[in-house]
Design a binder for this molecule. Sequence first.
Ligand code: SF4
Length: 257
Amino acid sequence: MGESTGIGWTDHTLNFWWGCHKVSRECKYCYISSMMKRAGLDPFGGPIRTKNWHQAYRWNRQNERVGRRTRVFTCSMSDFFHPGADEWRADAWNVVANCQHLDWLILTKRPDRISQCLPADWSTGYPNVWLGVTAGKKTSLKRIDSLVNIPAAVKFVSAEPLLESLDLRPYLSSIDWVITGCEQARKGARKVMDIEWVREIDSQCRAAGVAHFFKQYYVEDSGTPCTDGMLDGVCRQEWPVTSCNLSSNSASQGGPG
Ligand code: SF4
């Protein structure tokens, strides 16, 4: 599927395939199986290839015309490195490589599979691909270890859902961007994120000069998350500076501030 998105850190989402299997505690309230059920698809059958990849070319042409870049969150309805998608991934990489006016954000919980799934011409990384891992709890930090050894234009960590206090300092010299945010699952399903955990990560990022994007939080026990990125009166929604966004008049702004 390809669509515009309400996710604060991306402009579009494009799903080369739909469907996944849970791999960790962060997956507990993943919305994918219920969305697949509603769409009449087997939620446990693994990824299904989608058909509307051409939207990427349309976004790319528009960007080229007006001289800007936009971000595409890749596989919000799956995991780009899911083994059930191995046979289609080369085609997906081909789209990514041919859409150089888009920045592709690939976030995974399967970083141990990244190396074997990269295209042959990856070299030091495609300039328009950002690779990230989810780490919202201490036992997931090992995913960052896998990521830091892989060449990429931008490496990022999504600490969402942020389930406990985290010390990211050992990793930040190799990471360009950190996202934090509470879980957007059923109200009260898990302990609401403690804002102090976000302060800690913000301060770690500031000390290391790493961009921090605070995506969402709940006020008290309200059912709708706030997405303004405000932390102690200051908006903390920053982007990494990349070779691509340095050389364009991109919508991407700032950097560690
Ligand atoms: S890895 Fe991601 S997409 Fe797959 S079940 Fe877990 S949260 Fe959902």
